[in-house]
Design a protein around this ligand. Structure first.
Ligand code: ZN
Length: 232
């Protein structure tokens, strides 16, 4: 058994196990560990097994949707935020603009718009922090500043256009700071290298200053939950 692999298109890392008696390729969810277990018959090559696993993305998403409930923004819910958990609290006497104190996000106003106000606050918070974190990293490393925006585009956590504009998924505010910092380092490295070549990887590692592989795996592990929060 080897280190779990992060495969493009699959939300969880994949752990390969060669099984002498296995007759066909099989993929299974290991929920407690947040891993996909790929059983590989002896006669199937590693690269063929990986190709096959990549094509199971739709099946994996369907399984995850079934086992993991939606997490709407409702009073009493707990959501991941910046490495911790934050309790959502509704108080009709409190201001409509949510206020975070001691891991409790309090929001007033009519309850039917509670979820929308929480979502807008998280998005604003994501933009504020990601703009700041990107600015600090570019400034420290002598890289020209970039316009930064946030959105919720599909499966990507960040992107950098040829013009140098960086766009992040606002859901990164739900991730621990070290995971967010990895995405920021990745996109800032694209300000210098518009590819994933050796120069890019060296710069990404230098900008991040930590274990890039571990951060990438962690993002893949927690990603499905981050994408469920606020939906349903
Ligand atoms: Zn990239």
């Amino acid at each position: 058994m080897s280190e779990p692999l992060a495969l493009t298109g699959l939300p969880w890392p994949v752990e390969l196990r060669t099984h002498p008696r296995a007759r066909r390729l099989r993929l299974a969810l290991d929920e407690p560990r947040g891993l996909l277990r790929l059983t590989v018959p002896r006669r199937v090559s590693r690269s063929a097994a990986i190709d096959w696993a990549r094509r199971q993305a739709a099946w994996v998403e369907a399984q995850l949707a079934r086992i993991e409930p939606a997490e709407p923004f409702v009073a009493g819910a707990s959501i991941p935020f910046d490495g911790g958990e934050v309790l959502l609290r509704w108080d009709d006497a409190a201001p409509r603009t949510p206020c975070l104190a001691a891991a409790i996000l309090t929001c007033g106003g009519p309850y039917d718009r509670f979820g929308d106000r929480v979502a807008r606050w998280l998005r604003d918070e994501a933009r504020r922090r990601l703009v700041e974190e990107t600015f600090i990293l570019t400034a420290r490393n002598g890289i020209a500043h970039a316009p930064v925006s946030v959105g919720d585009a599909g499966t990507r956590w960040g992107s950098c256009s040829v013009s140098g504009a960086i766009r992040y998924n606002w859901r990164l505010i739900l991730a621990p700071p070290e995971v967010r910092a990895y995405v920021v380092a990745h996109e800032v490295a694209h300000r210098v290298h518009m590819n994933h070549g050796p120069g890019f990887h060296a710069l990404q590692a230098a900008l991040y200053g930590g274990d890039v592989g571990a951060a990438r795996l962690e993002l893949r592990r927690i990603g499905p939950r981050l994408k469920r929060v606020g939906r349903g």
